[in-house]
Write a protein that binds this ligand. Sequence first.
Ligand code: PMP
Length: 414
Amino acid sequence: MSQVLSPRDDFPLLSGDDAPVYLDNAATTQKPQVVLDAIMDYYRTANSNVGRGHHRLALAATDRYERARAVVQHAIGAREPEEVVFTANTTDAANLVADVVGRRIVGRHDKVVVSGMEHNSNLLPWRRLCDSVGAELVVVPVGPDGRIEPAEFAAAMGPRVRIVAVTHVSNVLGTVNPVREMTAEAHRHGAFVLVDGAQAVAHLPVDVRDLDVDFYCFSGHKVYGPMGVGVLYGKRELLDEMTPFRVGGGTVKGVSHTQPVRYVPGPARFEAGTPNVAGAVGLAAALDYLLGLGWPAIRAHDESLVAATLDAVADLEHVDVVGDPGATPCGIVSLSVRGIHPYDVGGHLDAHGIAVRCGVHCASTFLDSLGLVGTVRLSFAVYNTLEEIELVRSALKTVEPGPWTAEHPNERFL
Ligand code: PMP
């Protein structure tokens, strides 16, 4: 098995002899030098407020901000830049849609459908919406293999379903949901569809038009970009109908104390206040970087790391893969070590210089349904290597129960 990409030198935090084995990419990725440069260059040469001033620096900043929007548009296949709203992150985007669209179209006894594998960020906004308007939150169950049966999904549909909110890729198991088919099914029932792409955009070519989703969201920091910037894609006709989420500077055409407020069309109406311009510029640089590596290479690299991990743990009797190892998960492999609390496994790996995330991954309802207190999650990026997987294997051979296992002796680790 060979590794496809080796862009490690592009990432300052990962170069040098004492660089960590960083396998916590589903939490956040490291940033390549081109992203750091783009942010610095923006602040050094074009920093100003956007969409307001008419001096040349303000125009330069606005130009960079809008160019960043166009980069995102092309990266996800949106029809026009106006379909791209910059948010703070995925969580912010899901809340925006739940508050603006949800409160308008979901009423008493209506239904919102989510899957049983949602991250809290794409669960709680819908739960709160349903609780406050008296609607029903329907949760489509996930099988022990980590998949949603199409029949189970279809069974959740019906005339009262107003919104379907589902993750593209599970942040726990890396399962890829068939979101195009799910969207088509939801649309047959007249429901809107929001897809949480937080774990997808760095790993799969995403084309929102091909998927035909109504809303799609992701975070910059999980796609090699900076923290504090995210994206909400929305079909233009839907965004134009939506009232703003937060109101303030940049959202209005005209305000008087006596007349109704007129909001600007396009994404600016959802970007109240001064936006994270450097973040958007950095995100655009990150997406350019990612696309420059090329999807065939990224996919092949990802698959080689996943396959190597499954191989590496196959003969470790005390280590189990959570979910269906045959399901070719995307960018993530979750493990369970028999009789040892995931936190103890994480501590042991950390002592070996290996960074992974352990626990419920902000998806405790999913972990509950799997009957586990948590998993040990290895999540990959373009800079990870097959040697790093070997290091994980060696470290796992010597893992022992620690304080967490002692404190939770009756919990199900697996
Ligand atoms: N959805 C999924 C599937 C995620 O993995 C995450 C991040 N762990 C989020 C939503 C939330 O992302 P953010 O914290 O950047 O808003």
